[in-house]
Write a protein that binds this ligand. Structure first.
Ligand code: ZN
Length: 75
């Protein structure tokens, strides 16, 4: 005996309206991360990260960006 193998799955009862679709997609957006300003130079930085402009973090020069520039010049 031959059996018909039909795949059964749920089918939407009715078409989703433009409004419902748009209401659902209001939550689909990229979030803007928190941005603070560097207390040393005032550049926009992300919190808990060393400043890319001046290399300061928690009031100390942790990246030594300017020192590296001067050493490269003397070489
Ligand atoms: Zn800075």
């Amino acid at each position: 005996m031959m059996t018909l193998e039909l795949q059964r799955f749920g089918v939407p009862f009715r078409r989703t309206s433009k409004t419902k679709k748009r209401m659902r997609r209001t939550h689909l957006k990229k979030e803007v991360g928190t941005i603070t300003t560097c207390p040393n130079c005032g550049a926009a930085i992300r919190p808990h990260r060393a400043c890319a402009k001046c290399g300061f973090y928690k009031g100390a020069d942790v990246l030594n960006l300017k020192k590296e520039e001067t050493t490269e010049e003397t070489k």
